[in-house]
Design a protein around this ligand. Structure first.
Ligand code: MN9
Ligand code: PYR
Length: 308
């Protein structure tokens, strides 16, 4: 890993590989890291988040996974961010201490989503109690209101956050509210926070308002294409960037209509990479054979501007 390097560009939200009988399959992580780096040109990962089924794993499993990703990412990846959010504060603190001890380059926390914070101060107080257990480790707030039900605007949350959480480093922003994202960037430009967008279907809109990069599930298998979109945007060649966004959107729009979630992401990653991701953990159920056939045909049918 590269200490001190600002987090930007693409971050793959890693899948948790499982054996056919539903155990975590650590043996696949080494080839998975090599695949991301060499085939997708993605050198940052976000472990044990939504895509990684982090909240469906035991604390022990989460620690084993974090250790294995850090071990296999050594000298290959730039950043390994470990999601340590949990409903139980002591469990989240335990995971934060563990992430610090194994040398993770950052930690991230979602809002607790059973008993929920009702305002900004309650949320920040919870985050602070986790962040302070990993005092040298950059801290990211993981904003994902569609799944947590916690809709506190990030723009509001950021007000004075560095005083409460000195390690605060940025936000993984998984919401469609681009006004909120834009106001975060507008207000915090000078503070050098990283704003990483998490709705892959509309990343280009977030780039236009100044997002520094993106964390998402699709960068596991569309990382190379999305990197070409980032390059086109930076050049700037907006027509080319739009072309990539439209085609990425064409695939996602198609699979979303069929029903698209973590189970389907596991299936898509398996057929694209050839690395077996295995089944999801209940209550999620395996993608159907019909889904897999249709998703594969759709992906194969796309004529990318770079000729693939
Ligand atoms: C809800 C969810 O899983 N969001 C992911 C990250 O935040 C995204 O990467 C999506 O998987 C992606 O945008 C496809 O809908
Ligand atoms: C998508 C994402 O960022 C996550 O899996 O947590």
């Amino acid at each position: 890993m590269t200490p001190g390097k600002k987090l930007e560009g693409l971050v793959a939200a890693t899948i948790t590989p499982m054996t056919p009988d539903g155990q975590v399959n650590l043996s696949v992580i080494r080839p998975y890291v090599d695949y991301l780096v060499s085939e997708q040109n993605v050198k940052n990962i976000f472990v044990n988040g939504t895509t990684g089924e982090g909240l469906s794993l035991s604390i022990q499993e989460r620690k084993q996974l974090a250790e294995e990703w850090v071990r296999q990412g050594k000298d290959k990846l730039d950043h390994v961010i470990v999601h340590v959010g949990a409903l139980s504060l002591p469990e989240s603190q335990d995971l934060a201490r563990h992430a610090a001890a194994i040398g993770a380059s950052g930690i991230a926390v979602i809002a607790p989503f059973f008993f929920k914070p009702t305002n900004k101060d309650e949320l920040v107080a919870f985050l602070q109690k986790v962040a302070s257990e990993a005092s040298g480790v950059p801290f990211y707030y993981y904003h994902i209101p569609p799944l947590t039900g916690v809709k506190i605007r990030v723009e509001e949350l950021l007000d004075g956050i560095r005083e409460q959480i000195p390690t605060f480093q940025g936000v993984k922003f998984s919401d469609t509210d681009l006004l909120d994202l834009a106001q975060c960037i507008n207000k915090n430009e000078s503070e050098q926070f990283a704003f990483l967008y998490g709705v892959d279907e509309q990343l280009l809109g977030a780039l236009a308002v100044g997002a520094n990069g993106a964390v998402g599930s699709t960068y596991n298998y569309l990382g190379r294409k999305t990197n070409l979109m980032l390059q086109a945007f930076a050049k700037p060649d907006h027509a080319l960037a739009q072309k990539y966004q439209f085609l990425i959107g064409e695939f996602l729009n198609f699979v979303i209509k069929l029903g698209f979630g973590v189970a389907q992401t596991k299936a898509v990653m398996t057929f694209v990479s050839g690395i077996p991701m295995g089944p999801p953990r209940p209550p999620l159920v395996n993608a159907s054979e019909e889904f897999i056939a249709k998703a594969k045909a759709k992906l194969d049918s796309i004529a990318w501007p770079d000729g693939d």
